[in-house]
Design a protein around this ligand. Structure first.
Ligand code: ZN
Length: 282
């Protein structure tokens, strides 16, 4: 049987908060409960969004929690050549086209493909979109059940490289997950529908498909998703133990009062014995 390899891939746009910790804990427990590996990748591809020091602080807190990762941390900013060569291969296959439309022009609607008919636009200085087929994509999510959709209708041809040269989240994450040998991806529910793009790309690039589980988002008192941009409380080494307990409750684990103050190594051992492995029905 294939070894399970899970991963946690935070964006260093701030420290860990309860929402991102839940994703880390769930992916960690689900891999370890299957005797699998757990890897960490820092998704620092968009340098403009990076907050200096946050990658270091995320790793520091994971380490303090006793969540040991396997192998070296992968930094997306060091994988640019891989993304570039995949983009080149897609250009060669005539699956990409340059687009000059602004976000304002599209107004959040599915991209209608205006630029797909234009000739002579530069591939170097414009955003690049993927020419989609009208196929239905589906997968079984370990938390959410069956998810399906037709991307051509849902988003239209989506961007894989921005005009400023930054590769999209979708293409970079799909390439790295393949190269890192990842077999299952547990992350927040806000990314569930983006997974359709990822599966579309995996098929296009002859990559293997992964198992997916999208955990419920952690929301603030007003019902909004906790986010770094929204000022979510950053977890420090001092607050890490308490945060781990909160993450357990959010993930449906119910530690008894006696162990609530135990060190995180004890908490993790307990959680591993309680964790029910997520297994999406095929
Ligand atoms: Zn366009």
């Amino acid at each position: 049987m294939q070894q399970t390899i899970g991963r946690f891939a935070p964006t260093p746009s701030g420290g860990l908060h309860l929402g991102s910790l839940c994703a880390a804990v769930a992916s960690f427990l689900n891999s370890r409960a299957q005797g699998g590996l757990w890897k960490v990748r820092i998704d620092d591809i968009d340098k403009a969004r990076e907050v200096p020091g946050s990658a270091k602080s995320i790793l520091y807190v994971l380490d303090a929690l006793g969540m040991e990762w396997d192998g070296p941390v992968v930094y997306q900013s060091q994988q640019i050549d891989n993304y570039a060569s995949v983009i080149d291969s897609l250009i060669e296959r005539q699956l990409l086209y340059p687009c000059t439309c602004t976000r304002k022009k599209i107004r959040g609607k599915p991209y209608p493909g205006n630029c797909s008919y234009l000739k002579g636009l530069s591939f170097a200085n414009n955003q690049l979109r993927l020419r989609l087929e009208e196929s239905r994509i589906s997968f079984n999510d370990a938390y959410l059940g069956r998810i399906e959709g037709v991307l051509k209708k849902e988003s239209g041809d989506f961007i894989v490289k921005r005009a400023d040269g930054v590769f999209s989240y979708d293409i970079s994450t799909v390439i790295d997950d393949e190269l890192m040998g990842i077999t299952e991806i547990i992350r927040g529910a806000d990314l569930a529908r983006l997974t359709l793009r990822h599966i579309y790309l995996q098929n296009l690039l002859s990559f293997k498909e992964n198992n997916y589980g999208h955990i419920p988002l952690v929301c603030d008192a007003t019902g909004k998703k906790l986010s770094k941009q929204g000022g979510a409380t950053v977890i420090t080494v001092n607050s890490a133990q308490k945060a781990m307990v909160n993450a357990f409750f959010h993930l449906g684990l119910h530690p008894k009062t006696e162990i609530l103050r135990e060190p995180t190594s004890v908490l993790l051992t307990w959680a591993l014995s309680e964790w029910k492995v997520l297994n999406p029905e095929k």
